[in-house]
Design a protein around this ligand. Structure first.
Ligand SMILES: Cc1cc2nc3c(=O)[nH]c(=O)nc-3n(C[C@H](O)[C@H](O)[C@H](O)COP(=O)(O)OP(=O)(O)OC[C@H]3O[C@@H](n4cnc5c(N)ncnc54)[C@H](O)[C@@H]3O)c2cc1C
Length: 429
C-alpha cells in the first residue's frame, strides 16, 4: 500500500524518508513551485523559511538533545544538516541553499518515494500524513476545518512568553488567585507605581518585529499584543492583564499597584506562562523590558512571546498519541500544524508520524517514544488535553520526571531511553 505524505517541508520529508527506510512506498505531494506560500522562495523540499540555524548543539540544551535523539533515529534532516553545516559556534548552522538542495536530491532519488508537485486541496483517502505546515494552502485548510470542526483549526498564534520557574525570584512574587478563588493557581509578580511607570515607558518604546505582508493580521480584541494595548493609555494595562485588584500581597504589605500573573505550564511548576502578554516585541527587547519586573529580574525565557500567522490544529483534542485523528486512524498530522514550533521540533514530529503511519499501513503495533526523551515529551505535549493549547518549542520542562538541577542526568537518561526505544521498534515484526 502506498502511503501519502502531504507537504514536502521538514516534517513531510522526514516522514517520507522514515517510511521508505522501512520498505514501504510513499507519494510525497508538494505544491511548490506551481503554488507558492507567502514565505517560501524556492522549489526545494525542506526549505528553511527564515533563520538558517537549527539552534544549539549542546546536549544540556533541549534543542541540542532533540537533535542528538533524531540523529540516532536516522533522521535525514539532521544528517543533511550535519553534512551542510557551516561555522556557527555552539549552534548547528547550515548552508541554507545546499541543505534544501541536498534534501531534495536525496528524497527525489529514493526509489520508494515519488514526489508529486501538486497542491492537495482535500484530505486524501487512504493512509496519509498531513504535514503542510504553518502556511497550509487555503483549500486544504478549509477541508481540514470541515473535517475537524471550525473551532479546532487556528490561523494565527498569539503566544505569551514562558519563563523557567527556577529563574523567578520567589521572594519578590507571591501565589494567589484573584479574590482568593484558589490559593496557588497564579504566581503574581507585583510592581510599585514607580516600577510600573518605568516598565510602561520602556514597553511602549521597545523595538518591535516588522510585520511581513502576510502577517498583517487583524488582531482580535481579546488577544492584542501587550504593547498595542499599552498604547491605548497609561492605565489600560491596569484594567487588563496587569490589574492589581483582588490580590492581597501579605508579604509585601497591601495591594500592589500593578501585577503580572504567571500561570503554571506544567504540574512541576518548572515553566510559567505570562498571562495575557502576547507580544510582537523583538526577542532581546522582551528580555530587557520584562526583566524590569522585580520578580523577573533574572528570568530565563523558554519561549518568547509572538503574534504570527500559523495554521495549526487543536491536536490535544483531535489526535491520539500516534498522531492519528482519533476518529479516523488513517489520517495523521505532523510538523508545525500539530502545534510544535520550530524546524527541529517539526522534524521530530515528522519522524514519529512516519513511523506511526508505517505501522498503521502494515498492521504493526506502534509504540510511542518514551516521555523522558525530547521527542516523546513533545509528542505528549501536543496530544495531552489542555485548556489553552498553544504551540511549543522543545524544552527540558516538558520531559517527564525532569529534575531542574540535573540537566546532564536528564540528557543521559533521554539518550538511554531513545536507544531502548530504537531496539523495541526495530524488534517489532
Ligand atoms: C515566516 C516564518 C518564519 C519562521 N522562522 C523560523 C525560524 O527562524 N526558525 C524555526 O525554527 N522555525 C521558523 N518558522 C517555523 C517553521 O516554519 C517551522 O518550524 C517549520 O518549517 C515547519 O515545518 P513543517 O514541515 O511543519 O512545515 P513547512 O516547512 O512549512 O512545510 C510545509 C510544506 O507543505 C507545503 N504545502 C502547504 N500546503 C500544501 C498543500 N495543500 N498541498 C501540498 N503541499 C502543501 C508547503 O509548500 C511546504 O513546503 C517560521 C515560520 C514562518 C511562517
Amino acid at each position: 500500500m502506498e502511503i501519502k505524505v502531504i507537504g514536502g517541508g521538514l516534517a513531510g520529508a522526514e516522514a517520507a524518508h522514515q517510511i521508505a527506510l522501512r520498505g514501504e512506498n510513499v507519494i510525497l505531494y508538494e505544491m511548490r513551485p506551481s503554488v507558492l506560500t507567502p514565505a517560501h522562495k524556492t522549489s526545494y523540499l525542506s526549505e528553511l523559511v527564515c533563520s538558517n540555524s537549527l539552534k544549539s548543539t549542546d546536549l544540556t540544551n533541549a534543542h541540542g538533545l532533540l537533535k542528538e535523539e533524531l540523529r540516532r533515529l536516522g533522521s535525514i534532516i539532521i544528517r543533511i544538516a550535519d553534512e551542510t553545516a557551516i561555522p556557527g559556534g555552539k549552534a548547528l548552522v547550515v548552508d541554507r541553499e545546499m541543505f534544501s538542495r541536498r534534501v531534495t536530491e536525496d528524497i527525489g532519488s529514493n526509489p520508494r518515494i515519488t514526489v508529486v508537485r501538486e497542491e492537495m486541496r482535500e484530505i486524501p483517502q487512504g493512509v496519509a500524513v498531513i504535514a503542510t505546515g504553518p502556511l497550509t494552502s487555503n483549500d486544504l485548510a478549509e477541508s481540514i476545518k470541515k473535517r475537524t470542526g471550525v473551532h479546532n483549526l487556528y490561523f494565527y498564534d498569539a503566544v505569551s512568553p514562558i519563563i523557567d520557574g527556577d529563574s523567578i525570584d520567589m521572594d519578590k512574587a507571591f501565589f494567589g488567585s484573584r479574590y482568593l478563588k484558589s490559593a496557588d493557581d497564579y504566581l503574581n509578580c507585583p510592581l510599585s507605581q514607580e516600577e510600573y511607570d518605568i516598565f510602561y515607558e520602556e514597553l511602549t518604546h521597545a523595538g518591535r518585529v516588522d510585520l511581513k505582508d502576510f502577517e498583517d493580521i487583524p488582531y482580535f480584541e481579546g488577544c492584542l499584543p501587550i504593547e498595542v494595548m499599552a498604547e491605548r493609555g497609561k492605565k489600560t494595562l491596569l484594567f487588563g492583564p496587569m490589574k492589581p485588584v483582588g490580590l492581597n500581597d501579605q508579604r509585601h504589605r497591601g495591594n500592589p499597584y500593578a501585577v503580572i500573573q504567571l500561570r503554571r505550564e506544567n504540574e512541576e511548576g518548572s515553566m510559567y506562562n505570562m498571562v495575557g502578554f502576547q507580544t510582537k516585541l523583538k526577542y532581546h527587547e522582551q528580555e530587557r523590558v520584562f526583566r524590569l519586573v522585580p520578580a523577573l529580574r533574572n528570568a530565563v525565557f523558554l519561549r518568547y512571546g509572538s503574534v504570527h500567522r500559523n495554521t495549526y490544529i487543536n491536536a490535544p483534542k483531535l489526535l491520539n498519541d500516534k498522531l492519528q485523528l482519533k476518529d479516523d486512524e488513517r489520517i495523521l498530522f505532523a510538523g508545525q500544524i500539530t502545534g510544535v514550533e520550530g524546524y527541529v521540533e517539526s522534524t521530530a514530529s515528522g519522524l514519529v508520524a512516519g513511523l506511526s503511519a508505517y505501522a498503521m499501513a502494515t498492521g504493526r503495533v506502534f509504540i510511542p517514544p518514551p516521555e523522558d526523551t525530547c521527542i516523546g515529551s513533545l509528542l505528549r505535549y501536543v496530544t495531552t488535553e489542555k485548556d489553552n493549547f498553544q504551540p511549543m518549542n522543545v524544552n527540558f520542562g516538558l520531559l517527564k520526571d525532569y529534575n531542574k538541577r540535573q540537566k546532564e542526568k536528564a540528557a543521559a537518561r533521554a539518550l538511554e531511553s531513545i536507544e531502548k526505544w530504537i531496539e523495541t521498534i526495530n524488534g517489532i515484526k
